[in-house]
Design a protein around this ligand. Structure first.
Ligand code: KG4
Ligand code: ZN
Length: 355
């Protein structure tokens, strides 16, 4: 089975063709970084216009790269939410038009589910697995029970982790998008102990008896450190030290929160031989976070899976794969389905966590 997947929920215009044997036949991602960087963040109206300008060429390139004709496809999948609604509508309407013209089934994909199922495309992750989903708009710990079945263990009470990275990086004078730039400058910090002593940061929610997160206090504390630096141009060494301390605080929080989630997952599935901890979403591209969570999984004797960096951030292959997983289970959507700016994963099929 071959499916074309289309993604336009944020600032990437993307299309890919994936088959049911987990081959990524093409994967075109056109990023709008330049369009938004002068504004220091994604501007929804500019994003929507850019998707409209490039959508047809991106789909064409994905078809060409895969050596496919529309007649070779079994279905078309597109992100229908959550995300910036103007962009979502452009990808969704393109997919619907192709589906209608070529009389192909249409599958409305939840963007978060696509991130959540990516480790099955890349690493054959068996159900049920524990997932940390950390992107620009979401931070959640979930048990992925099956396609469409998610048990929420905890989520952020305020900012998403990617948002915290981006806003803290902006305060540090780093370019957009902040996450990757913050990671890069943190890697140039040479005296780690001095950095932690000079720029102490809070680790919100650490020790709490749940699996929730809170990142706004960390963001504010990082910004306060920047404001307290000597007046004048920010020095690269200072920012490197602060960025290192910031990443360390994030890793400490994640270790604590994910450790609790692993306990909850093990309690729910005590005999599970295939127990695994999976990380997905744009923030999963961060090397310090990947290494920290890998050690955590090792300590808890549970296998660890994280998609390659190129499939952590938004792309069409994850949408095509989510389309395949859903279509294989008989899901097909009518062409009058609406785009959804908000579409929580737990609403796909509600289950509640054992306390
Ligand atoms: O999943 P994604 O590509 O888009 C959303 O669905 O939100 O995630 C984007 C987020 C941004 O906040 C970006 O700064 C963050 O992921 N990110 C990173 C890194 N690469 C991307 N954060 C920290 N370190 C990175 N290397
Ligand atoms: Zn995403």
């Amino acid at each position: 089975m071959k499916i074309l997947g289309i993604e336009t929920s944020c600032d990437e215009t993307a299309a890919a063709i994936v088959d049911s044997d987990k081959n990524i036949l093409s994967n075109i991602v056109l990023t709008q970084l330049k369009d938004h960087s002068v504004f220091g963040g994604v501007v929804p109206e500019i994003a929507a216009r850019a998707h409209l300008d490039h959508m047809d060429k991106v789909v064409e390139a994905a078809m060409k790269d895969a050596g496919c004709d529309f007649a070779d496809l079994d279905a078309i999948a597109a992100t229908c939410g959550p995300g910036l609604i103007g962009g979502v509508m452009i990808g969704m309407m393109t997919a619907k038009a192709i589906a209608a013209t070529h009389q192909l089934p249409f599958i409305a994909v939840n963007h978060l589910e696509a991130h959540a199922l990516t480790p099955r495309l890349t690493d054959n992750a068996p159900f049920p697995y524990l997932l940390l989903l950390a992107s620009g708009g979401h931070t959640q710990l979930l048990i992925v029970e099956d396609v469409g079945q998610y048990t929420l263990l905890g989520g952020t009470l305020d900012d998403a982790l990617g948002e915290c990275f981006d806003k803290s990086a902006k305060a540090m004078g780093l370019p957009f998008p902040g996450g990757p730039h913050l990671e890069k400058i943190a890697q140039s910090c040479t005296d780690h102990d001095a950095a932690l002593a000079r720029f102490p940061l809070p680790t919100p929610m650490k020790g709490r008896k749940n699996c929730d997160f809170s990142f706004s206090g960390l963001k504010t504390a990082a910004r306060t450190h920047v404001q307290n630096l000597p007046e004048g141009a920010l020095k690269e060494d200072d920012i490197a030290a602060l960025a290192y301390s910031f990443e360390t605080a994030v890793c400490n929080v994640l270790t604590d929160r994910c450790s609790r989630a692993i306990d909850a997952y093990k309690q729910r599935y005590p005999q599970l031989e295939t127990a695994s901890f999976v990380v997905a979403g744009g923030v999963a591209a961060n090397t310090a976070i990947r290494n920290t969570l890998m050690s955590l999984a090792e300590n808890h004797k549970i296998s660890f899976r994280v998609p390659p960096v190129s499939l952590c951030s938004d792309n069409g292959a994850m949408i095509a794969w989510a389309g395949i997983e859903n279509y294989a289970r008989g899901k097909e959507d009518p062409l009058n389905i609406a785009a959804r700016p908000r579409w929580p994963l737990e609403e796909l099929h509600k289950t509640t966590a054992a306390s």
